[in-house]
Design a protein around this ligand. Structure first.
Ligand SMILES: Nc1nc2c(ncn2[C@@H]2O[C@H](COP(=O)(O)OP(=O)(O)OP(=O)(O)O)[C@@H](O)[C@H]2O)c(=O)[nH]1
Ligand SMILES: [Mg+2]
Length: 399
């Protein structure tokens, strides 16, 4: 190993090489990574060893999952998803931020649990414009949740499946302390907040090598592409993959490669709900909160359960934030009561609707009738590629 990593880090690395169990290897490698000075000349060593660490953690997790599956316990933390799932989270060290109160305001559930410490998830259904949102009031998150403290593993495994996370922050107390804890535990649990997945895919292949392809002009626009290709190969190799096809679609960093190899990394959308906005000085705190976090959180909303303040179109706000829209299907002239939810980006087409309803509609597709209320031509006969707009009504016809 190169000499610019420092004696302490070198010693930690030697201990890692000597370690025999997975747990100890992880501990030593973490120690090593915390000691390595972070600069340009160590960037490669850091990325390589992060990839090794991620591989070891995967091995550790699958061993734990194996042990757990033997014990076959049904956990009150495993929640059956319904509609659009919105999970309320908060910092345990700032108790009573008002999550259960918010759940109750939105859904009417758990009234008797307000003001009492929530130890298992409480669930309610909030409906707006015929769309159902499952609101989950999660027990608050302790320091060390990422390593399992305070049911941390159970809580975080549910967050991984959520459609939206709401960081609930008590505006009458130290907002930064609350945000720091949530951001830190989620980051350690590999939950990335409000960032898109990196523009790279790594797919295991049969070929006996790691092939790298640059598929867009942005990804090719790099003055040292040979060097990057070499790094991708090394990091992928260190992550335990010998044969793979790597596709790069845009500008990437070495950390992106490490994250892509780590199957436990998830990308989640999150908003902040400032709570107790009726208390004194909270207006000021809300502005400070906005100032500090609006780069990372495009949506920050002030609320007060006491004064019943929350956007009255909260469902629409969520749907817009998630970049989703509603359309309606029609069968023999009767419009379905419940809308179908589609992603806005890329623009959805009749094809997406046909696949979502049932593959048979796609495979035997003949034509579709689309009714658009604000269009000049109200009713239109269209094909699979027809682009849809919010509130369109679609009737599919098969051959
Ligand atoms: N002034 C004021 N008090 C509130 C508001 N929302 C909740 N509270 C009070 O804050 C206390 C805690 O509320 P909860 O909803 O139980 O808080 P929680 O986040 O569920 O707490 P844990 O389950 O312990 O994490 C209760 O006494 C609520 O009445 C609000 O908007 N304004
Ligand atoms: Mg509660």
């Amino acid at each position: 190993m190169s000499s610019n990593i420092g004696a302490e880090a070198q010693a930690a690395y030697n201990k890692y090489l000597d370690a025999s169990s997975i747990d100890e290897k992880i501990k030593r490698l973490e120690e090593f990574l915390s000691l390595v000075p972070k600069h340009k000349s160590t960037e490669k060593i850091v990325a390589l060893n992060k990839s090794r660490l991620a591989k070891l953690r995967r091995e550790q997790d699958s061993e734990k999952a194996r042990v757990k599956s033997i014990s076959k316990m049904v956990s009150p933390f495993s929640i059956k998803k319904e509609g659009i799932q919105v999970i309320l989270i908060s910092d345990y060290h700032t108790p009573g931020v008002g999550k259960t109160s918010l759940l109750n305001l939105l859904t009417g559930a758990a009234k008797e649990k307000i003001g009492k410490f929530t130890s298992i998830p409480e669930i309610g259904i909030y409906e707006y414009d015929k769309v159902r949102y499952q609101i989950v009031d999660m027990p608050s998150i302790m320091e060390g949740a990422s390593i399992g403290i305070g049911n941390g593993k159970e809580i975080i495994s549910q967050l991984r499946a959520a459609d939206l996370l709401c960081f609930c922050v008590d505006l009458s107390r130290d907002y930064k302390e609350q945000m720091d804890l949530l951001l830190s535990e989620l980051s350690k649990s590999h939950v990335r907040i409000n960032v898109p997945p990196p523009p790279i895919t790594i797919e295991k292949s049969g070929a006996n090598k790691i092939q790298v392809f640059y598929l867009t002009s942005e990804s090719k626009n790099n003055n040292n592409i040979e060097e990057l290709t070499e790094r991708i190969r090394e990091i992928t190799h260190a992550g335990g993959i010998r044969n793979a096809i790597v596709r790069v679609f845009g500008k990437i960093t070495l950390d992106h490669i490490v994250d892509t190899l780590n199957s436990s990394v998830v990308y989640k959308k999150a908003i902040i709900l400032g709570t107790k906005g009726d208390l004194s000085l909270t207006e000021n705190t809300f502005h400070n909160l906005e100032e500090l976090y609006s780069d990372k959180f495009p949506l920050i909303i002030g609320t007060s359960v006491r004064k019943k303040v929350i956007p009255n179109n909260f469902g629409e706000v969520i749907l817009n934030h998630l970049k989703k829209m509603k359309v309606y299907t029609m069968n023999k002239g009767v419009v379905a009561e419940k809308p179908l939810i589609l992603d806005i980006d890329p623009i959805p087409t009749v094809r997406d609707v046909s696949i979502k309803i049932h593959r048979k509609f796609f495979e035997s597709f003949d034509y579709a009738i689309v009714i658009r209320k604000d269009a000049r031509q109200l009713k239109k006969k269209v094909g699979l590629d027809y682009e849809l707009k919010e509130n369109d009504i679609i009737e599919l016809h098969i051959k």
